[in-house]
Ligand binder design. Structure first.
Ligand SMILES: C[S@@+](CC[C@H](N)C(=O)[O-])C[C@H]1O[C@@H](n2cnc3c(N)ncnc32)[C@H](O)[C@@H]1O
Length: 267
């Protein structure tokens, strides 16, 4: 599944906002080493240099296209590498692990969280944000079109994998708090709904073409993309009607920060 940095960055400021909201809340003084898992095109990763001026920052992403874009921002304190989140292991002490809008693409991520916590230095933090929209109008639109006879043979498995019961292995807020808090870590978690006002024609289709619609498009031959996108666009216009001032896309995101406190939690 190739990621397209240009398509993803069409809504750069809307997509960057939750990253800043997450990182702003991380209460770690002067971390030396910060890692951004699933860093994408690196534009938000680079802002960590100002957030933590004493830190070196590394971005990891499995997409060579995203890392090629991010590498243009690399410098003495900022590096990027192609790599899968599932296999990532710190090669030394890490003070802050950040992951914004990426863990929903890693169905096994919940099993990795405690391992990452034990890799943090004392006082360090794991901070992540995942979308929480399984019952949204967009998710319903994708599933409704995928179930049509024209598409079901190829898209029913995709809809099942990305449906309400799966959704990239994303847990409820309560379950993340329970998992991390139950292991002795201090946890700060919250849900936010952003009401993005998007410009242009079919902006919700464009928004998801860079992210959640990709597994569906990948399961189809390129020659079918136009027809499928047109059917999804019609459904999305019903779910998110265009207004004179733009199209409102409510988008809910779940934020979790867990701290490896001195004396708290397992080693
Ligand atoms: C929605 S983008 C988020 C990018 C960036 N974190 C941001 O906030 O703008 C999701 C990113 O996760 C990456 N990704 C998806 N699955 C991954 C995996 N298993 N390992 C590493 N990166 C992954 C994708 O390549 C993509 O760049």
């Amino acid at each position: 599944m190739a990621w397209d940095p240009a398509q993803y960055l069409m809504f750069e400021s809307e997509r960057a906002r939750p990253f800043h909201d997450l990182v702003h809340r991380v209460d770690v003084d002067a971390p030396k080493r910060v890692v951004d898992l699933g860093c994408g095109p690196g534009n938000v990763t680079a802002t960590l240099l100002d957030r933590w001026p004493a830190a070196t920052v590394q971005g990891i992403d499995s997409s060579p296209e995203m890392i090629a874009k991010a590498a243009q921002l690399a410098g003495p304190r900022l590096s990027f590498a192609v790599g899968g989140i599932e296999a990532w292991q710190p090669d030394g002490p890490v003070d802050v692990i950040v992951s914004n809008a990426a863990l929903q693409w890693v169905p096994t991520h919940a099993q990795l969280l405690l391992r990452w916590m034990s890799a943090l230095s004392e006082g360090g933090a794991l901070a992540f944000q995942v979308p929480s929209n399984v019952d949204s109008g967009a998710a319903r639109a994708f599933r409704a079109v995928a179930a049509r006879p024209r598409w079901a043979d190829r898209l029913a498995p995709v809809a099942a994998a990305w449906g309400p019961s799966q959704s990239g292995g994303v847990l409820s807020g309560e379950d993340y708090v329970d998992l991390l808090g139950g292991a002795g870590h201090r946890v700060d978690a919250w849900l936010t709904t952003y009401f993005h006002v998007l410009p242009g024609e079919d902006p919700v289709l464009e928004w998801f073409s860079g992210t959640g619609l990709r597994p569906f498009l990948d399961a189809l031959a390129p020659a079918d993309h136009g027809e499928f996108r047109a059917e999804v666009a019609a459904q999305l216009r019903e779910a998110y009607p265009p207004r004179d001032y733009g199209t409102v896309l409510p988008f809910r995101r779940l934020f979790v920060i867990a701290y490896r406190d001195v004396g708290g939690g397992p080693a």
